[in-house]
Design a protein around this ligand. Structure first.
Ligand code: CA
Length: 425
């Protein structure tokens, strides 16, 4: 299947800076707010937001399966209800309008002035109303590292890990968009030396370098989605920082898994990059023959994606420190398998559900996606450029994640998810 908007030879009449995450081959979707105007749906090219409400009012979305109310909206959910076919047509339309070969819009400067808004004037809002959030645990290196830290290398992977895309149901209400600060959480924890638990602020606050995918409306309760069908139900991806309080988590997680150690915040990047835009960057995943997976988890074709991922700590008034460099291709389980597994029991998915990848760690030191691994449970502090060290995240630190794919001279990226940690409230 050829997706017209992905043509690597396309250029735009809008200036796109070199190394921008947002060339004409990306055209992601998000929610913008400009001054006192109501939020609306937008796309992005270079350093400009594309106001889809304005585009629709001016008649440029005619003959597409969308009405003005789909764009005059504070979330993408209404637009996403049009499914894969609708959103693909919309992205193709944008690709045509902003193509260097096209003059329809370009020749009408008074329209261009209404449609293109410099990013400096735009506030990005939480793009999707997420009703359900699932977080997987699908990076083998991460699962292995955590297994080594809390058990031993011989038994690092649990017996189920290569049979099941392990996951848990997370908390949707505390998913926040990049730029929103969080407060250091507090709660119950039991230090290794203590006999009884104590209450206090988390001292082991950590990030998790992840991606997240958002779903279209699924099938009725009782139905399943196969690995082959999965892509028809996946809208796009964003970067996810799945914040974790390791001390709270360590005491509470037996036997039902993460609870308050995870539910205080999860940060996402504001632009949803469509799966369509990421298609050119597909790569093969690891072989899954030892053990072989059950038939409902089998898939064909390249279903992993080459996405470079960086995680950075920036101390208050300090400079950025790159602490981890990973890649989404290191995943053991891909999104098709995750979605097939999620629905195999008949569980339904809704428009706007969020599914986290799980921490993505690469095979070498320097490629780890959490401070738990980077500092090896606090035994190997990370040396910062200002002379301080980090075992976990300090108050005043900003954690930044960036990601992009690149091939054939085309770079399709996510921008960033950036969150500052404030002292306990
Ligand atoms: Ca996680």
């Amino acid at each position: 299947m050829t997706i017209a908007a992905n043509d690597p030879t396309f250029t735009s009449w809008v200036n796109v800076p070199e190394n921008s995450d947002f060339p004409i081959q990306n055209l992601p979707f998000g929610i913008i707010k400009v001054e006192n105007e109501a939020p609306r749906v937008a796309s992005r090219i270079g350093d400009y937001a594309i106001d889809l409400k304005a585009l629709s009012v001016l008649g440029y979305t005619e003959n597409l399966p969308f009405s003005l109310s789909d764009f005059d909206a504070s979330t993408l959910n209404s637009m996403m209800m049009k499914g894969k076919d609708g959103t693909r047509k919309l992205r193709d339309r944008l690709s045509k309008l902003f193509n260097a070969e096209s003059v329809d819009l370009k020749s009408k400067q008074h329209h261009v002035d209404q449609v293109l808004i410099p990013m400096a004037q735009v506030e990005m809002l939480m793009p999707i109303d997420v009703r359900d959030y699932t977080d997987f645990y699908s990076s083998e290196q991460h699962a292995y590292n955590v297994g080594c830290l809390f058990r031993d290398p011989e038994n690092a992977l649990m017996p189920n890990w290569k049979h099941i895309p392990v996951g848990y149901h997370g908390r949707a209400s505390s998913i926040i968009v990049s730029g929103q600060d969080i407060y250091r959480p507090k709660g119950q924890k039991k230090p290794p030396t203590a006999d009884v638990p104590i209450f206090g602020q988390s001292n082991l606050l950590d990030f998790e370098l992840e991606t997240v995918f958002f779903t279209f409306q699924g099938k009725p309760l009782g139905d399943t989605i196969s690995t082959k069908e999965a892509e028809d139900y996946i809208f796009g991806m964003a970067l996810l920082n799945d914040w974790s309080a390791r001390d709270i988590q360590g005491w509470e997680y037996v036997p039902l898994g993460p609870f308050l150690g995870k539910s205080f915040a999860s940060s996402v990047s504001p632009w949803i990059v469509t799966i369509d835009a990421l298609e050119p960057f597909r790569v093969a995943g690891p072989t899954q023959d030892n053990p072989k997976v059950l038939p409902y988890l089998e898939y064909s074709g390249n279903k992993h994606i080459d996405i470079n991922l960086d995680v950075i700590i920036q101390p208050e008034n300090g400079e950025e420190n790159l602490v981890g460099k990973s890649n989404y291709r290191h995943m053991y389980w891909n999104m098709n398998q995750q979605l097939a597994h999620h629905t195999v029991n008949g569980c339904n998915i809704n428009c706007g559900d969020a599914m986290g990848s799980g921490t993505i760690s690469g095979p070498e030191i320097g490629m780890y996606g959490s401070m738990l691994e980077i500092s090896w449970k606090g035994t190997k502090p990370f040396q910062m450029s200002d002379g301080t060290e980090r075992k976990f995240i300090n108050d005043g630190d900003t954690v930044i994640m960036r990601g992009y794919s690149k091939k054939d001279g085309v770079r399709v990226g996510f921008g960033e998810v950036s969150t500052k940690v404030l002292p306990t409230k």
